[in-house]
Design a binder for this molecule. Structure first.
Ligand code: 0X9
Ligand code: ZN
Length: 371
């Protein structure tokens, strides 16, 4: 009996010691193990996210593939995961990018969570499976790779926002705001031309290779993309185009209705309030954003998500909020994706059915009258 208690005590002691700072926890967690149940409740550095992308492909070879679609200023790859079930029919696409702003760490964490959820979901949820048959999801977990790596360097670089390209001749500062660098009313409102500022828009539209990479990719796919979702933090907002106060999207009413539906779905999860609107209406005017560019080239449903919180912790959202923040954002995103999917795959089918039915009825009335 004494010996038995002693063993339990030793085991407990060993677990306590292992839980010390920097050591694996009782489940052997070391921050890198994607099988660990806590993986999606932690922030991950770029090396870990790259390893995780490889693992997603390895574990789901029929559903997940990756594509390098550009290079950063510092010549790193910009990679997306393409997720979908094989189909003989032409598929539509959903675009999601995270981490265009380096310091918004909850965004890459959400992309990882989203991928995990849809990869589990298509096995258990008939709606997710249907969407995985009809749609391919193009998910870029970290768009601003150089900036993200820089934000992980030390405490003084943690709040870096921009790319890492050097400023023009005569300016010693680094970085362009990638969300001011797209060809969408570039340089007109809500930007700075001072390369030391956070909203520096670059020397010209698409001066940044990261913005060019997204533009080229969207150009190749735009006809197939039903929804463009770009994930940021913070403020708890769902922003619809446009950032310029003088122009409005042709389907503004639809965007608002779908956005409000997403905010309602979000609130149902943990009671969090998300505000929906254009950025001039609810935050500030801006130009050159990827979201505006996506809508300008004809992608009908284009949204910017600003995830938790409302300023208490801001960009340094504590890790214990990652899971609830992702759960609620997933509900919002799912609302938009479901709407986009059903509109494309049911209303057109419904139109065909209606047309057929009308033809049949017309023929019947015609024959009843004249024969
Ligand atoms: O200013 C930005 O780039 C975004 N906010 S953040 O705090 N994450 O930097 C908002 C951009 C929204 N713009 C449009 N949707 N047009
Ligand atoms: Zn942002």
């Amino acid at each position: 009996m004494m010996l038995c208690l002693g063993s339990v005590g030793l085991v407990l002691l060993a677990l306590t010691v292992q839980n010390g700072h920097g050591a694996p926890d009782s489940a052997g967690w070391n921050g890198k193990d994607t099988t660990e149940r806590n993986y999606y409740t932690r922030y991950h550095n770029m090396t870990e996210i790259s390893d995780w992308m490889e693992k997603m492909k390895r574990e789901n070879p029929d559903v997940v593939s990756s594509m390098v679609y550009g290079q950063t200023y510092e010549e790193r790859n910009i990679t997306l995961l393409k997720i979908g079930l094989r189909s003989t029919k032409r598929k539509k696409a959903i675009w999601m990018d995270c981490g265009i702003h380096a310091r918004e760490w909850i965004a890459p964490a959400f992309c990882q969570y989203f991928v995990k959820e849809i990869l589990q979901g298509y096995k258990t949820d008939t709606k997710v499976k249907e969407m995985m048959k009809n749609l391919d999801f193009y998910v870029t977990p970290v768009l601003n790779v150089d900036g993200y790596i820089y934000s992980w360097l030390n405490d003084s670089t943690r709040l870096w926002r921009k790319s890492r390209s050097p400023g023009p001749v005569g300016c010693t500062c680094y970085g362009t705001d990638l969300n001011r660098n797209f060809y969408a009313n570039w340089g007109t409102v809500g930007v700075s031309t001072n390369c030391c500022e956070e909203t520096y828009c670059g020397t010209k539209a698409l001066s940044e290779s990261e913005a060019r990479a997204v533009t080229d990719m969207l150009g190749k796919m735009s006809g197939d993309i039903l929804a463009f979702l770009t994930i940021h933090s913070y403020s708890q907002l769902i922003l619809v185009p446009y950032g310029h106060p003088n122009i409005s999207a042709p389907n503004y009413n639809e965007l608002m209705e779908v956005g409000l539906g997403a905010a309602k779905a979000i609130k149902a999860v943990h009671g969090m309030d998300y505000t929906v609107g254009t950025s001039p209406d609810i935050i500030y005017p801006n130009s050159g954003s990827s979201c505006d560019y996506a809508r300008l080239i004809g992608i009908p449903l284009s949204f910017t998500f600003e995830l938790r919180d409302q300023g208490e912790y801001g960009f340094k959202l504590p890790e214990d909020q990652i899971q609830p923040a992702c759960e609620e954002a997933y509900a919002g995103v799912q609302h938009i994706i479901t709407y986009a999917h059903d509109k494309a795959f049911y209303s057109s089918a419904a139109t065909v059915t209606t047309t057929l039915w009308t033809t049949v009825m017309t023929a019947w009335v015609f024959s009843a009258t004249f024969l």
